[in-house]
Write a protein that binds this ligand. Sequence first.
Ligand SMILES: [Zn+2]
Length: 140
Amino acid sequence: MSHPECMYCTDDGRLDKLMIEIGPLSVSTLYLFKEQTYRGRVLVALNTHEREMFHLSDEVRNQLMNDVARAARAVDKAFKPGKINYGAYGDTMPHVHFHIVPKYEGGEQWGTTFVMNPAQVYLSDEEYAEVIAQIKAALE
Ligand SMILES: [Zn+2]
């Protein structure tokens, strides 16, 4: 089944404006979120189009949660945030995905929920490559 409305299922450039693919996990794909107010922010998107977590089999859901934990562990190891937020909303793009958002003590929204897209911190291509390299090196 194709989902032309979904940016995770359609290669039409929408996703590329927001994220850079880091690589595959077990049942999902890891992306760097281009907006880097929260240094090291990434996103894990399921490889199949599913609207809700409870639509997944136990096996796939467990693998997905392992992927999310693995990605968060890598972000934690690479950037040493004080806390990581996990955001799974899907209001505008109903395809199961998790925002993994590192928070830093004294930094933006420390102690409260992250802003979905602050639209204030973008990096150079070299800086993106460096952040991605740090995350890849920390992925276990
Ligand atoms: Zn989709």
